[in-house]
Design a protein around this ligand. Structure first.
Ligand code: ZN
Ligand code: ZN
Length: 327
């Protein structure tokens, strides 16, 4: 049930290219190294968040943006490595790490002192509890969002995040069946903290309703992080090595990128080069006032498959120009 987090890459729209790319989703027109990248604006990003007629909030260009421009970057509110990557990426920024040689080193690792420093407080909280039952619950059921909930809970307990920090994001609408399935996760999370004798006053936020509210937001606002690696060769090898979710190093939720609406023929794409910090880039020229949209799913799918996944995963029927044309 938690399969539909936003995809980190989008396809260009031309038919010939789409066919070509069916088995090769990592296509960027110009794999420009970040340091040579042309920033759309040296100051604040050239965008504003406004209410749209059809889709609630949306992001709009405040001036003309050139094709290929980096519109803005974004740091996550919450992120977590996937369980399969937990020993091979930085526990904070998800940067890929050199493989460890000693088999006894099964602790989480960091790419830098800075990442270790930034995680210190919530990792200290996390280390006080035994998460084996909770992690097993995630692993056996293939769940990724409860890992984000666990990290957010540790961040709240340690005081580096507020319990309501995701409230501004839109929640998924949940069926009663989904809500009852979340009960087990909540009990495991709560009991891990209780067994660790967390102080009651720090735990007041941790109710089943909080757990459900947060999970409902992770469910439709999380991005699956696939690192592009910064070079075209890496994109090729990544694509060759990737089979569906295995390429993802983790998941993350952002503030501003969550306000972008979806389009099956997007004018903006979101990419990750070497860590969890997202880059929003213009796929073509964008005029002032135009809405900026990203593609939440694999754009190479046909019309019916896209509609099904968008409805099941995000709760809407897409009426973008591409869908309206029947493509
Ligand atoms: Zn790091
Ligand atoms: Zn569409």
């Amino acid at each position: 049930m938690y399969r539909y987090s936003r995809w980190g890459w989008q396809l260009k729209r031309r038919h010939s290219e789409r066919k070509l790319l069916l088995g090769f989703p990592f296509c960027y027109s110009t794999p420009t190294p970040p340091e040579n990248e042309k920033l759309a604006s040296p100051g604040p990003p050239p965008i504003r968040v406004s209410i749209t007629e059809m889709a609630g909030r949306g992001v709009f260009a405040t001036r003309r943006i050139g094709s290929g421009d980096l519109i803005h970057t974004a740091k996550p509110l919450v992120s977590h490595p996937s369980l399969s990557s937990i020993h091979s990426v930085c526990y904070f920024c998800l940067r890929k790490l050199k493989p460890v040689t000693s088999s006894e080193d099964c602790n989480v690792r960091f790419c830098s002192q800075e990442c270790e420093e930034q995680s210190k407080v919530f990792v200290a909280v996390e280390r006080k509890a035994d998460w084996s039952a909770y992690d097993d619950y995630c692993r056996t059921r293939g769940l990724k969002y409860p890992l984000l909930v666990k990290r957010l809970a540790c961040m709240v307990v340690s005081g580096v995040a507020s319990a309501d920090c995701l409230d501004i994001l839109q929640p998924a609408s949940l069926s009663s069946e989904m809500i009852s399935e979340m009960g087990e996760g909540f009990s495991l999370l709560q009991s891990a903290f209780m067994k660790a004798k967390a102080r009651d006053e720090c735990m007041a936020f941790l109710t089943e309703q909080w757990y459900i509210n947060v999970l409902a937001r992770f469910r439709i606002n999380s991005f699956r992080i696939e690192l592009a690696g910064g070079s075209y060769e890496d994109l090729h090898s990544l694509a060759a090595a990737s089979v569906e979710t295995e390429a993802a190093v983790g998941n993350a939720v952002y503030m501003l990128p969550s306000f972008y609406n979806h389009d099956c023929d997007p004018n903006v794409h979101i990419i990750w080069i070497d860590n969890v910090n997202a880059r929003l880039k213009a796929l073509r020229e964008i005029e002032a006032g135009e809405e900026l949209r990203i593609c939440y799913i694999d754009a190479s799918m046909d019309h019916d498959a896209r509609q099904t996944i968008l409805f099941q995963g995000f709760g809407f029927r897409c009426s973008c120009l591409r869908c309206s044309s029947g493509d």
